[in-house]
Design a protein around this ligand. Sequence first.
Ligand code: 16G
Ligand code: ZN
Length: 549
Amino acid sequence: EEQKSLLLNSSSCFSPPQGVKLSYGTAGFRADASLLPSTVYRVGILAALRSLKTGSVIGVMITASHNKVSDNGVKIADPNGGMLSQHWEPFADALANAPSPQHLLLLINEFVAKEGILMDGVSQAEVLLGRDTRPSGSALLEAARQGVTSIVGAVVKDMGILTTPQLHWMVRARNKGIKASEQDYFEQLSSSLRCLEDLIPTEKSKFDELIDKVVVDGSNGVGGVKLKGLGRLLNALVIEVRNSSEDGGVLNDGVGADYVQKEKLVPHGFGSEDAGMRCASLDGDADRLVYFIVQPESSGRIDLVDGDKILSLFALFIREQLSFLNENEGLKNCYPCRLGVVQTAYANGASTNYLKQLGLEVNFTPTGVKYLHEKAAEFDIGIYFEANGHGTVLFSESLIEWLEARTKEISSGSKASEAEKAALRLLAVSKLINQAVGDALSGLLLVEVILQHMGWSIHRWNELYHDLPSRQLKVKVADRNAVITANAETVVVSPPGLQEAINAETGKYPQGRCFVRPSGTEDVVRVYAEASTQEAAGTLANSVTKLVD
Ligand code: 16G
Ligand code: ZN
């Protein structure tokens, strides 16, 4: 009874927008911020129920990532710090679209019964709330708080302004019983970085001759501010941050990883004076990272070093450590480590070829972090990246345990063997790189220390392979969901005949590759084409666009 009146009262303050149907897409709910208070309130309820169901801390992040500043969004972090379990997504949709408080109550009652959630008033639930720098964020955070606390026994912890990966990290840490403040996050990153720096082979540490700083575009968002905080804890690495939220520029406007990757143009705040420098760009909530090199002269063009190349760099480094690890070791000391990489159809074909040439197992999933993450978790070390710069490296529990045991035997003072150093490095990587979700800050630190380890400039790194020219287009259609795909979005199964037509077109181009898929975030069908020249990629994309239209 208490529960019922609590819910009816609080939900009457949050009426859903008229005539809008919201859906929990690949990145949670996203819309113009003015449409979202009721949705965020209801996600608060959902998070509290999820916490009751799992007996764990749950996270709610308020962000619209790389989208424009007037948009906002909300998504849930599950107990392990990953995305909300997919089987709860339909319930999220139903809650968000319930037309009245009575409907809402009915839905909740049904769902609570179906999932066997204990609402005895004694069970405790805890939800961590975070938001990015969007001006609409504080009111929406308040709505989330109202939602959570409308469930009896549920409490909120406001973690303030955070990057998305920080919130996911905190949820994961809390559920492992580890301290989970921002300070703890910074300390874990900086100490594992230091460990990797200390293990750089001396003959390779000729990094001083290279440019010793990285210049980072913070997309006028939260990432830049946090990176400055983190940077103060680092001793060797120099990070110059531009386009931080406190610099007054507009979030994601002509800046940020999405802009740099899609437009292949220099972001605001960068210019020809930066030509040849090692530059990087974060997106609005700092879960994407790309690097770039400004071309000389004022063309505004860049050489993009995208998520595929970050993945290749990580794969190369990890493969090297694994080979040291098992070199000259008896069977007893060998760990049969399964290394796998995961990409989407957007991965440049040249990157896939490169990875296969390294002898790596390359897997493909549909677009969206939840799919890549799930696949990568099947390996002892699973590296996943989207070309857009979202990705991370996952380590299995059993490998971490083995590495911990292996490194415990190393007596301090004595010289560690190559195998022992490799084990120490891998363990440090597992602590540095975010195990919950792709994280631009930890990704950046790992890229930087691997470049130092290799003694490589960004140019050397960029030369690992040459991207095939590609072109992306979008088509507005009456119903994007009429396009149904299979095989990790590489094949259209409906409407009939479309794939055959695409094949016929693609066959006309040397090294041609093309696929179409409905967007998960916009009301469009996307077309991606690759070919041996930029012109050919453009023509192929154009002609396939006409087939879709
Ligand atoms: C979301 C996804 C991102 C994906 C993008 C594709 C998460 C956290 N984010 O931003 O991974 O690349 O959608 O958008 O999963 P699209 O479906 O509109 O092409
Ligand atoms: Zn993002």
